[in-house]
Structures are given as structure tokens and as C-alpha cells.
Design a protein around this ligand. Structure first.
Ligand SMILES: [Zn+2]
Length: 580
């Protein structure tokens, strides 16, 4: 295929992927035909012989009544039986593959409920892994890249850490890298960027330009642009007619997704929620994911494309997407962006930021009545909303919108989600519980703990309230928000189990989870968040045979070294996809 997808530069949750030229109606119609063929060829038979059995394992089933088992039998991609070694023997015949787990821990496949596997543009430099710690090194890395790029092409990088560097790089510092390439580098929050003079010039943004609603440009005492833009409405203006967003070819995107899938398997991840899916990306998923690159994906469609989302949801509701993707892809969620960033210190608060008595963050671009309208539209369509909100003042607005939609049109099990919900209080948590809202809370204290300082110590116990949510009976879904924090699951579990930052400081120990709670959130919790608890997140009969074998038992290892536990084997639908 030779059409190109305008994919957009990347920025935290605010991934822009324009998609005006793609004939998605044609795409939908052709897929209905293919999917119907798939439906006709389906012939479910209950087998009594296993393709695969796992013996001698410490299996965490995640089922309350019978949390542990030592063996399980698998057939046709699903779990047939779980129990003692004797229970499983009868399912074995000559063709059965037997895995001796040698008493290693086996848990359900990890499910990263909110991430952005395609957010990083190919060719952009990663300043975060390994971390670039000095401004000189940062400028050096960019200069090296500039030498390889033709003049006029975007020089992009991501994941710089202002806390390590001492400050955000300025426009003038970036000018020392190049005056013939537009440069834009993205902060580790994803919500803040810095650009050079040529990028600002191309976009015609000067001291006289007003800040757009929902965004801001940092300025010096004379009002001159310093280089840093905050939030998408400000940063996306830097893509101009003269220097438009770089485009990606479809084939490059498919390749990138497949490479990412392989990496996720090595972390034990068998399911993901992609929290920013455009029509273009939908196509990439449908083409990239197959038996050679199997992963289950819950696609959360961007709120600019509710019409497209409704179409795809209808197809999914009648089984067409499952048939087409071999049960791997789910389409029933709309991701709504409401509010700003925690690690970028832009989220909107009731009380001011620490040491900044006049600063409450940036007000969300969408007002209450338009938020109410979009939440109602999605709710009435039978889909789930997953709403990004961090500050307590943003979360309040989100809960109000969900309350209105639900009161107007009650549904017993809508499971609307709030993504991140970083700064909570008792009242907000209670409302979330009463409404049946699911929280996909951050697990990133390890990477972003130092950025919590901006909110003041008194807030730490009320930030990323994983434990309080569980105690209040509010379901939580484990996630990385990759690339905002690493998708490496053992690092996420360590963060949830210690609340310790890279620098070794513990933030809000009240919210520490046990190994069981952390793994539950990353398996059964995430499955519940996408209505998939009858198929995922447990190792019990009928569930997908998606599981992970670990080198050590996370409940018996010191929490501070949980990230050293190795993934020995990852299995998706009964097939080994990673082994070491
Ligand atoms: Zn996100």
C-alpha cells in the first residue's frame, strides 16, 4: 500500500494522528466481508485432551476461592482444567506438550491497561533510557543526530528529565544544536516540550502570540518565548505549513507495532489497552497482530472520532472483530481527554501547587457542559468512557459528567473509567465507588516520584491512591502509561510495592500494595476494566491460556528487588511466545 499516514509528533497522552484521507468506510465494509467468512468457519468443540500441560508450578489462579494450584491443562488456546498434578494427568496423551515448571511461580499474563505502544515516532531519540543526565550530553546527542538529517527535517527526541538536567532546555540552547533543522524534544511527562527558534519561526509564534486555551508558552520577563510549550494546544501549533508533522508509512507502523509486541512479550505482557487509537492505528492493529505477533488489545478510540468508534463498536458487538482478529482485539471504549499532566505540573487543582500560592495548574480546555455532552453521547451509545484526568478539580468535573449521564440513562454495569486520577480525596473516592467507576491509577513513582514534590508533602498520601481505592472497593487497573513510564512489568510492580523513586525516596507509603494486590491489579484488575474478566486475568477453566512463568515468587522476594525477577516464559493462547 502506498498511502501514507500522518501520524503526528508524540506527546504523552496527546498523540495527534490526523487521518483525513483514509477511506475508513470502505475499510469497514471490506472487513465485514472478511469477518463473516471467519464467523462461518468457527466450530467450537469442547476438547478432553490437552495440547499443553503445565506441571509442578506455583500457580496463582487469581480466583478467590481457590487461589493456588500446581498444574493446568490447556486446549485450543484456553484453559481446560486447573488443579493438582493428579487432576491434570487424565488430559495428557502422546501429543500433549508438557512443561515442567520446576516449582516456579505462574501468574496470568500481565495486562497493561493503559499504554501507548505507538507513541514514539520512529527515528526520534530516546533521552530517557539510559537517562541523559547533563545538558551538555543532551545537546551532544541532538547534535549527532542533526548531522545525519537533511536540513529542514524535524529533529525529534523524547523523554528528557528536567529534574536530572536542572531545568528544561531553552530555545537558545537548542539553537546551538541546529539553526537549519526545526527541533522539538518532549519531556518525560509527554505534556511539555521544548523547541528551537526555527520551529517557532516556522509556526509564526512570537512574543506577541497569545497563549492558546488549555496551553501555554514559557516566557521571560520581556514576554519573549523561552522555548518550552506546555500541553498540546500550545505544542501542536509548532507543526506548521513550513514544517509539518512528519508522516509514517503504513508498513513502518506495522513493523514498529510488531517489534513492540515482541518486547512486551519479554516483559510477560499478553494484553494491553492502547489509550489513544485513531482510525489509522485501528488499521495498523488489524494488520499487524496475527499468530506470529499475538497480543490482545483493547483499543480506546480518541474522542475526536466518536463516529468511527461507534461503527467499530457495532462490528465488535456482533462478533466480527473477534472473528477477524482471532479474539484478540476489542473495540468498545472512547478515550476522552480532560485535564492536564501530573508529572508536567499542569494538572488543575483546588489548592495551589507547593510553594506557588498563585498557581493552580492549567484549566482543562473543555468546559463542564461540553464534557457532559460527550460523556453522555458515549454512555448512551453503550460504550465505555475512559477519561484522562489528574488533578482533583479535573476529577470532580469528570465524576459530575458521569453522574449526569448515568442518572439520565441508568445502566447496571457501565464501568466508566478514569485514567490516572492522580490526586484524590475521600469525597472523590466515595463518589467513584458509588458510581461504579474503575480507576487506572499511575504506577510510576519509581520514574516520576521527584515530580510529586511540586504538589507538597501533605498531598503524597492522596496521590496514586492504589491502596485506598482497593480498601474503598473501587476497582483498579494496572498500567504503565508507556512511554510515560517503562512498560517493564517488574519495575511497575516494584513501584507499586515500594512507592520508592529512582532517588530512593518513598512517597506516600500508605498506598503501598502487597505483591498479591499489585499482580491482581495488573491481571484481574485490568481484565475487569475492559469487561473481560470472564476470559482474562484468571487461570481458571474457560479463560484464555495467557500466562507468565517467573524466576521467583514476588511475594517472597524483598519488594525493593522485585524488579530483578525474570520472566522465564510468556504464553499467549496456549502458544509460547517468549522463553529464556
Ligand atoms: Zn496515557
Amino acid at each position: 500500500m502506498d498511502f501514507r499516514i500522518s501520524w503526528g509528533e508524540t506527546s504523552g497522552d496527546v498523540l495527534v494522528m490526523t487521518f483525513s484521507r483514509f477511506p475508513y468506510r470502505l475499510f469497514i465494509v471490506s472487513y465485514i466481508g472478511l469477518a463473516l467468512l471467519g464467523l462461518i468457519s468457527c466450530s467450537p468443540v469442547t476438547p478432553n485432551v490437552a495440547d499443553l500441560v503445565v506441571l509442578n508450578a506455583d500457580i496463582w489462579t487469581m480466583k478467590k476461592q481457590s487461589p493456588k494450584a500446581e498444574a493446568m491443562a490447556i486446549a485450543q488456546g484456553r484453559i481446560l482444567a486447573v488443579g493438582s498434578k493428579q487432576d491434570i494427568q487424565s488430559y495428557i496423551n502422546n501429543d500433549t506438550r508438557i512443561i515442567d515448571a520446576e516449582y516456579h511461580t505462574v501468574v496470568p499474563g500481565f495486562n497493561d491497561a493503559h499504554m501507548h505502544p505507538m507513541m514514539v515516532a520512529p527515528g526520534s531519540i530516546n533521552l530517557g533510557y539510559p537517562a541523559v543526565v547533563t545538558m551538555a550530553d543532551l545537546l551532544g546527542a541532538l547534535s549527532k543526530r542533526a548531522q545525519q538529517l537533511p536540513a529542514g527535517e524535524w529533529l525529534l527526541a523524547w523523554n528528557y528529565n528536567d529534574k536530572l538536567l536542572g531545568d528544561h532546555p531553552t530555545r537558545v540552547q537548542l539553537d546551538s544544536v541546529s539553526t537549519v533543522h526545526p527541533i522539538m524534544i518532549t519531556h518525560s511527562s509527554g505534556h511539555v516540550k521544548s523547541a528551537n527558534s526555527l520551529a517557532y519561526e516556522g509556526a509564526g509564534i512570537t512574543a506577541a502570540t497569545e497563549n492558546p486555551e488549555g496551553g501555554a508558552y514559557d516566557r521571560d520577563d520581556n514576554g519573549e518565548i523561552k522555548g518550552v510549550c506546555r500541553e498540546m494546544p500550545a505544542c501542536e501549533m509548532l507543526f506548521s505549513e513550513r514544517f509539518p508533522e512528519p508522516e509514517r508509512e503504513l508498513s513502518t507502523s506495522i513493523e514498529q507495532l510488531r517489534e513492540t509486541v515482541k518486547e512486551l512479550h519479554s516483559f510477560g505482557i499478553t494484553s494491553i489497552g492502547d489509550a489513544y487509537v485513531t482510525p489509522a492505528l485501528t488499521l495498523v492493529y488489524l494488520l499487524a497482530i496475527n499468530d506470529s505477533y499475538p497480543i490482545r488489545a483493547n483499543l480506546m478510540f480518541i474522542d475526536e472520532q466518536v463516529g468511527f468508534a461507534k461503527w467499530m463498536h457495532r462490528l465488535d458487538s456482533i462478533g466480527l472483530i473477534d472473528s477477524l482478529s482471532d479474539d484478540r482485539i476489542r473495540m468498545s471504549t472512547v478515550k476522552i481527554f480532560h485535564g492536564n499532566s501530573l508529572s508536567g505540573a499542569t494538572c488543575w487543582l483546588y489548592e495551589p501547587y507547593a510553594n506557588r500560592p498563585d498557581y493552580f495548574g492549567i484549566e482543562p480546555a473543555r468546559d463542564q457542559s461540553s464534557l457532559n455532552a460527550i460523556v453522555k453521547e458515549v454512555h448512551d451509545s453503550g460504550m465505555q468512557v475512559a477519561i484522562h484526568a489528574n488533578g482533583d478539580r479535573e476529577i470532580d468535573m469528570v465524576l459530575e459528567a458521569i453522574e449526569l449521564a448515568v442518572n439520565d440513562n441508568p445502566k447496571p454495569d457501565h464501568r466508566h473509567r478514569i485514567e490516572h486520577a492522580s490526586i484524590m480525596n475521600t469525597g472523590l473516592l466515595k463518589r467513584a465507588k458509588n458510581l461504579g467507576v474503575v480507576l487506572a491509577l499511575h504506577s510510576y513513582v519509581y520514574e516520576h516520584g521527584a515530580k510529586m514534590e511540586a504538589y507538597g508533602e501533605w498531598r503524597f498520601p492522596w496521590m496514586h491512591v492504589n491502596r485506598s481505592a482497593l480498601e474503598a472497593g473501587v476497582p483498579i487497573a494496572g498500567n504503565s502509561d508507556y512511554p510515560i513510564s517503562s512498560a517493564h512489568v517488574m519495575t511497575r510492580l516494584r513501584s507499586l510495592m515500594t512507592r520508592m523513586s529512582t532517588e530512593g525516596r518513598v512517597y506516600g507509603p500508605q498506598q503501598i500494595l502487597s505483591a498479591e494486590q499489585a499482580i491482581h491489579s495488573y491481571t484481574a484488575g485490568s481484565a475487569y476494566a475492559s469487561f473481560e474478566e470472564t476470559e482474562k486475568g484468571q487461570l481458571t477453566p474457560g479463560h484464555y491460556a495467557d500466562f507468565v512463568m517467573l524466576s521467583d515468587n514476588p511475594a517472597l522476594v524483598d519488594a525493593e528487588i522485585v524488579n530483578d525477577i525474570k520472566v522465564l516464559m510468556t504464553v499467549v493462547g496456549g502458544k509460547v511466545v517468549f522463553e529464556q
